[in-house]
Design a protein around this ligand. Sequence first.
Ligand SMILES: *[C@@H]1O[C@H](CO)[C@@H](O)[C@H](O)[C@H]1NC(C)=O
Ligand SMILES: *[C@@H]1O[C@H](CO)[C@@H](O)[C@H](O)[C@H]1NC(C)=O
Ligand SMILES: *[C@@H]1O[C@H](CO)[C@@H](O)[C@H](O)[C@H]1NC(C)=O
Ligand SMILES: *[C@@H]1O[C@H](CO)[C@@H](O)[C@H](O)[C@H]1NC(C)=O
Ligand SMILES: *[C@@H]1O[C@H](CO)[C@@H](O)[C@H](O)[C@H]1NC(C)=O
Ligand SMILES: *[C@@H]1O[C@H](CO)[C@@H](O)[C@H](O)[C@H]1NC(C)=O
Ligand SMILES: *[C@@H]1O[C@H](CO)[C@@H](O)[C@H](O)[C@H]1NC(C)=O
Length: 692
Amino acid sequence: MTPFFLVSLLLALLPSIRAASTFSPARPPAQPLAVRSPYLSAWQTVGSDGGNGGYLAGQWPSFWPGQTLGWTGLIKVDGTAYCWLGNPANVPFVNQTSYSYTSTSSVYVQSVEGKVQITVTFLSPITPDDFLRQSLVFSYINVEVVSSDGKEHDVQLYTDISAEWVSGDRSNVAQWEYGTSGRISYHKVYRQTQLAFSEINDQTEYGNWWYSTTADKGYTYESGIDVDVRGQFSNEGKLKNTVDTNYRAISDKWPVFAHAFDLGRVGTRSTSRLFTIGLTQEDAIQFDGAKGVVPLPSLWTQYFPDEISALHFFQNDYEVAKSLSSSLDDKVQSDASAVSDDYATIATLALRQSFGATQLVGTNETQYVFMKEISSDGNINTVDVIFPAHPAYLYTNPAYLKLVMAPLFENQEAGQYPNRWSMHDVGSHYPNATGHTDGNDEQMPLEECGNMLIMSLAYYLASKDLDFLTKHYKLLDQWTQFLVDEALYPANQISTDDFAGSLANQTNLALKGMIGIKAMSVIANATGNSLSASNYSSIASDYISQWQTLGINSAANPPHSTLSYGSNNSWGLLYNLFGDKELGLNLVPQSVYDMQSTFYPIVNGKYGVPLDTRHTYTKGDWEAWAASIASESTRDMFYSDLANWINVTPTNRALTDLYDTVTGDYPGIYFINRPVVGGVFAQLVLELGLHP
Ligand SMILES: *[C@@H]1O[C@H](CO)[C@@H](O)[C@H](O)[C@H]1NC(C)=O
Ligand SMILES: *[C@@H]1O[C@H](CO)[C@@H](O)[C@H](O)[C@H]1NC(C)=O
Ligand SMILES: *[C@@H]1O[C@H](CO)[C@@H](O)[C@H](O)[C@H]1NC(C)=O
Ligand SMILES: *[C@@H]1O[C@H](CO)[C@@H](O)[C@H](O)[C@H]1NC(C)=O
Ligand SMILES: *[C@@H]1O[C@H](CO)[C@@H](O)[C@H](O)[C@H]1NC(C)=O
Ligand SMILES: *[C@@H]1O[C@H](CO)[C@@H](O)[C@H](O)[C@H]1NC(C)=O
Ligand SMILES: *[C@@H]1O[C@H](CO)[C@@H](O)[C@H](O)[C@H]1NC(C)=O
C-alpha cells in the first residue's frame, strides 16, 4: 500500500473527517503555546500516545505533565459558532490548514467553511539580554481574521480560560475579579488560599493569573459557568459584562473568564485582537545565600511599581516583543540552517523550552536565574541540568549562564555546604533554593566538579569577565583538587545519567574530570596563578594519556571508547569530549574524535545512537553534543535522526530528552519539557566561537 492510501484509510477510520493540516518545519511531539517559566508552560499535545495529531481545536491545552488547562477559542461567522481552540461541547471545529513553529512562536492557520481564515499566533518572547522583558512571566495570543472568499462576513470572536491554571488540585477554591487599566481589560484569577512557594502536581499555588486584552470596539466580557458563558456567546455573539461572584472550587460548575469582540463585517482587510496570559508572584524563590534563607522577589518587581503596571507594559509591548522575537527567530534560523535544515528543525524547537525552565529573580543589585529541573525531580539549579543546557545560554547571552550558576557559588561560598566537591543542586524542590547544609544532596561529585569548572571557563572565555574567575577561584581550585584525586579512576558512582545506573571507572565521566582539570589550568593562568596552571596542565595531560589506554578498546574493529575501563564490548556516547573543543583546550588528540566519528554510524539505531550499551534508549541532548564534534557525515546522521524522531515519535509530551532508539517512544515518566534540550546549541557555540 502506498503511504497515500494508508493515510486515506486512517482518515476514513476517524469518527469525523478532518481536513489535513501541514506541519512545518516538523510535527513536534507537543506544540508550545505559552512557554515562559516553570509555571507558565501550556502545550498542545500531538504524538499518538494521547495527542490529537497537532490540531489546535478539538483537544484541551495542557500543563506540561498532562493536566488540562481550560483555554477556549470560539468564533461566530454569519451566525454560526465554531471552535478554534480547545474542546468545548457542542461546537463544530474549524479546519486547520497549517501549523508552523519558530524559536518563539507557534502559528496556526484555520479556515471556517472557506469563508474566513483565522491565524492564531502564540508568541512566547525570549529576550536573553533584555531582562525587563525576560523577567515577565507572560505570553501573547494574537488572533487575526480575514475573509477568504472575497466577501464580507459577520464575525464575532471569543476566548476564555478556566480556573485550572491557578492550582494543581481541582478541588481548591478559586477567586477572581474583572478590571480595567486604561484600555486594558483583564480577568485576574487566583487561588483563594494562597500557599507561598508551594506546588501541587508541579503547578504553583500562589500568585495571580491574568487573562487580558485591549478593549477595542465591540468588546464584552463575562465570568461564570463554562457552558453558560460559552452558550451566551454562541447564541448571542456577545457577553453580558457580568462577573460571577460565587467563588468556588475549580471543578465546581467550572468557572471561566471570557473576552469577546464583535468584529462586525470582516472583508479582505484583516482585523486582529490581542490577548495575553501570565502570572505574577511578587516573591519567587526562597534562597539560602550569603544572608541565610531569604525570600527573593521576581525581577520584574524592580522595573514596575506593581503587577498591573507590569501587565499594562506587556499588553502594550506586542509590536516591540514581536520584532525582537522575529530578530531572534531569524538569527537562530539562519545560523542553524547554515548547518542543515534538520539541525534548524531541532534548534528552533529547543530554544524556548531551555528558557522556559528558568526565571529571573532578585534586585537590580543582585540578580539570579533560577532553573527548575522540570519533570525529573524538581530540584533547583541542578548543576548537571544546567550543564547540558548551557550552550543555549552561551549562544544567546553568556551573562545568563553566569546568573544561573550564581546561586550555587553564593550558597557554597557562604559555607552552607559541607562537602569538598560541588553540590548537585541548590535545593531539593523549586522554588525553595534552601540548600543542603547537611551535605545530603544527590551525590554526583565528579560530574558536578567537572561541570562547574567547564562552565566557569566557558563563561569567562565568552565574557572576559576576569572578576568572576578571581571571585570564585578558591572554590574552583578546591573542586580541581578533588578531580585530581578522583578523575583518573572514578569510584563507583552515578553520572548525570543516573537513571542508567551507577558504575565504577566510567570512561566518559573520567574524561569530564580531566577536561575540568585542564580548564582549571587555563583559569589559573588567566588569574596569574602560573604555578598551579602548569601543575594542573601537566596532570591533565598525564591523565589523558593514561585514559587513552584505560578507556579505549583499540583492538576492536573499529576501535571505540568503552562505557567503563576494561569492558571491551561496552560503549556509549562520549559527549563529554565537547568540553575540550568548546574551551579550545586541545587536551584530547584529534584521533579520538575521528575514532568516535567512525564508530557511531556502526551502532546507530532507527532513531539514533543509544546512550550506552546498557539500554536501547538515548538522550537527545547528548546526541547533539556528540554530533557537534563529529565529522560532517556523522554529525548529519545524528541531526537527521533527531529531526526525524521529532516528526514521527508517538510521544505526546513536550520535547522529551529521553527516547527509545528502536521504537521512537519515550520510555518512562521522566524527562518531559526539560531545559537540557538547549544542548542542541553546542553546534552553534562551536560554529560561532566563544571569544567575544
Ligand atoms: C472542514 O472541511 C470539511 C471537508 O472539506 C468540510 O466538509 C467542512 O464543512 C469544513 N468545516 C469548516 C468549519 O470549515
Ligand atoms: C517550600 O517551602 C515552604 C516552607 O517554607 C513549603 O511550605 C513549601 O511546600 C515548599 N515548596 C515545595 C515545592 O516543596
Ligand atoms: C532598577 O533599574 C531600572 C533601570 O535599569 C530602574 O528603572 C528601576 O527604577 C530600578 N529599580 C529599583 C528598585 O531600583
Ligand atoms: C599539583 O597539584 C596537586 C593537586 O592539588 C598537588 O597535590 C601537588 O602538590 C601540586 N604540585 C605542585 C608542584 O604544585
Ligand atoms: C578501575 O580500573 C582500574 C584499572 O583497570 C582497576 O584497577 C580498579 O579496580 C577499577 N576500579 C573499580 C572500582 O572497579
Ligand atoms: C599561560 O598563558 C600564556 C599566554 O597567555 C601562555 O603562553 C602559556 O602557555 C599559558 N600557560 C599555561 C600553563 O596554560
Ligand atoms: C580488552 O582489550 C584490550 C585491548 O584494547 C586488551 O589488552 C585486553 O586484554 C582486553 N580485555 C579483555 C577482558 O578482553
